[in-house]
Design a protein around this ligand. Structure first.
Ligand SMILES: *[C@@H]1O[C@H](CO)[C@@H](O)[C@H](O)[C@H]1NC(C)=O
Ligand SMILES: *[C@@H]1O[C@H](CO)[C@@H](O)[C@H](O)[C@H]1NC(C)=O
Length: 352
């Protein structure tokens, strides 16, 4: 498990290694949803949203589901809730994974009014992002894409005034990526007027809910690196040097430079890329018979340090938000086979 380290290095506490897999874990079909909501400063509201995923509407734990992590960033006023769910067959996919995520979204819509959002991170929705990631060999991307569409349709029915756009495998037939969709919709601009937006599902978005991105893709890690400057223009240069689209950029890496606590944060979305890993130590996994790899987080921080150094700026620290795909799968298997609905509580705040 990677955690923040002031020395700017990643460290791996021994307590998370050696998880014993329960007998039920093998063969479970697992998905993860890294639900992004536009609230962090009201801790109680964030925990209520997480609880709605883990518990059934009328009490009791939701079987086959665990909330693995809550990552709240107060400056951004944004939280990422990692929900994992097991699905025993294709038919039960909407019933298990979907129900947990849907309940959490409903609760977020009740508690978060994005009209009042204050925070430097861009966002358009009270529930800003619902990405579904297959966690293992036996759940396919296409299946997750269909599930994402079902989820979006049900959310817009249950909470009138919500609206969503699709990305990744849910964006049929184009399969446009999240960054592209966000650009098209104006997510990166703070002042986007949603009344002119045509959502993929739902009617005209009501301003209290805004617009939600719903989709499926291979796992995306979030990895943020802080550099010791307040000069956002340096941050932007570092960000553009990292971007996949820049020559010498890093595969699968999408980057934003944001002001954060008197420094600049290089916020990276690290996508998993299809194919064999370019180097032996790059982590890889397989989904639906295809191999995917992602760049190790340590290489991102090394590259940020290099690029920042060219501007006379140091790297302050690096942080993985949530888990690597491998960790997420191991923890999901562990938590679900042990019936731990709120695994995040057992982490003693290590990631907050
Ligand atoms: C955080 O954002 C929510 C809406 O997204 C808003 O209601 C709340 O007031 C914000 N918190 C602060 C302290 O700005
Ligand atoms: C880290 O970066 C992601 C984007 O990749 C962002 O959504 C998140 O809020 C950031 N978190 C922190 C604490 O910087």
């Amino acid at each position: 498990m990677l955690i923040w380290s002031w020395a700017g290095q990643y460290c791996r506490p021994s307590s998370t290694t050696g998880h014993q897999m329960g007998p039920l874990a093998a063969g479970r079909r697992l998905v993860a949803c890294l639900l992004n909501i536009s609230e962090a400063r009201n801790r109680d509201a964030v925990e209520k949203v997480a609880r709605a995923a883990a518990r059934k509407r009328h009490g009791g734990w939701r079987e086959g589901t665990s909330v693995l992590n809550i990552f709240s960033d107060r400056d951004y006023n944004r939280s990422v809730i990692t929900i994992s769910a097991s699905v025993e067959s294709v038919e039960t996919l909407p019933a298990v994974a979907g129900e947990a995520v849907l309940s959490a979204c409903e609760e977020a819509c009740r508690l978060v009014d994005v009209r009042n959002h204050i925070g430097v991170h861009p966002c358009l929705g009270a529930v800003d992002l619902i990405p579904l990631y297959p966690l293992g060999e036996d759940v396919g991307l296409e299946e997750c894409g269909i599930e994402a569409r079902v989820l979006a349709a049900r959310l817009t029915e249950l909470v009138p005034g919500t609206a969503a756009f699709y990305f990744g495998s849910a964006d049929m037939p184009l399969h446009r990526g999240l960054a592209q969709r966000r650009k098209e919709i104006g997510w990166f601009r703070k002042t986007t007027d949603l009344s002119c937006t045509q959502p993929d599902v739902g009617g005209r978005p009501q301003s209290r809910y805004g617009l939600t991105g719903v989709g499926a893709s291979p796992y995306v890690m979030n990895c943020n690196v802080t550099i010791t400057t307040e000069d956002l223009s340096i941050g932007r240069k570092v960000a553009s040097g990292l971007r996949e689209s820049t020559p010498g950029g890093l595969p699968g890496v999408q980057v934003l430079a944001l002001p954060h606590k008197g420094a600049v944060e290089i916020a990276c979305n690290v996508e998993s890329v299809q194919g064999a890993p370019p180097a032996e130590h790059w982590p890889s996994f397989s989904v639906g018979g295809s191999t995917y790899y992602h760049i190790p987080a340590s290489l991102i921080s090394t590259r940020v340090a290099e690029l920042a150094g060219q501007h006379g700026v140091d790297m302050e620290g690096a942080l993985l938000v949530g888990f690597t795909p491998q960790e997420c799968r191991l923890l999901a298997e562990h938590a679900i086979s042990q019936g731990i609905g709120e695994y995040w509580r057992e982490q003693h705040g290590a990631r907050m």
